[in-house]
Design a binder for this molecule. Structure first.
Ligand SMILES: [Ca+2]
Length: 239
């Protein structure tokens, strides 16, 4: 093989490697399940829609029929905590599926839902998020008294509304959320308090501005494409 053929082969291999890296970065930037503005968990399919609690809980979240805010025919999610210690003791439900992703890009900066405190303990509801920048929780709690009946609540989750509970970079977490939780906690916490409580939630909604911003292109990918085009042009001029 002469010198020109050899360097041409090295060039082709380099281009193929760059293209595969570019493809991998594009795939990584578009997760299969990602939060979208306006998405609603209404539990009408009879499932928990991916909401669960940790470990081998004796009282995981369950789908309850005919007890939603609209009454008969309206399903909702029942969250139960037993207090004390161990699995099922804390008031928490979390989701690692449709509530993951890039919240600012999706235009989501608030979680709204309907809630009914059907237990005997007052609840202090918060939304917590885990992600690339670590764990954060809403600074202000939303009090929902025992026997509240159905009420609609709005919980802002922008950077100004979040407190670190071990997290280092709130913007990094909001841009790459891996878990969303609804908890009851008197003070900011990621786990939720161990309390004897029971609540129903429904119509969990990804809310925010009236219209989502147009997603911007990945500047790194564009730079890589331009570099590739430049390399190809340079090679053609030399060949
Ligand atoms: Ca429902």
């Amino acid at each position: 093989m002469d010198r020109i053929s050899s360097s041409r082969e090295i060039f082709v291999r380099s281009v193929l490697l760059l293209l595969s890296l570019l493809f991998a970065s594009l795939v990584a930037a578009a997760p299969a399940a990602a939060v979208t503005l306006g998405q609603i968990d209404d539990f009408q399919d009879g499932t928990t829609q991916g909401w669960r609690d940790g470990g081998v809980s004796p009282n995981p979240p369950v789908n309850m029929s005919d007890v939603g805010p609209a009454g008969v025919g309206d399903h909702s999610l029942q969250i139960t905590s037993t207090g004390g210690f161990g699995a099922g003791s804390r008031f928490v439900a979390f989701n690692t599926a449709q509530w993951t992703g890039d919240y600012p890009t999706a235009g989501v900066d608030m979680i709204t839902f309907d809630v009914n405190n059907i237990g005997s303990a007052n609840m202090d509801l918060r939304v917590a998020l885990d992600g690339v920048g670590g764990r954060f929780v809403t600074t202000a709690s939303m009090p929902v008294a025992a026997g509240s009946g159905w009420q609609s609540i709005e919980i802002p989750i922008g950077p100004a509304h979040l407190t670190s509970v071990g997290g280092l970079d709130v913007n990094a977490t909001l841009s790459a959320v891996t878990q969303l939780r609804v908890i009851s906690a008197v003070s900011p916490s990621f786990l939720g308090d161990p309390i004897l409580a029971q609540g129903l939630i429904d119509n969990v909604t990804a809310a925010g501005p009236v219209s989502a911003p147009v997603p911007s292109a990945n500047p790194l990918s564009i730079a890589m494409l331009l570099s590739l085009l430049g390399l190809v042009s340079y090679w053609k001029l030399r060949a």
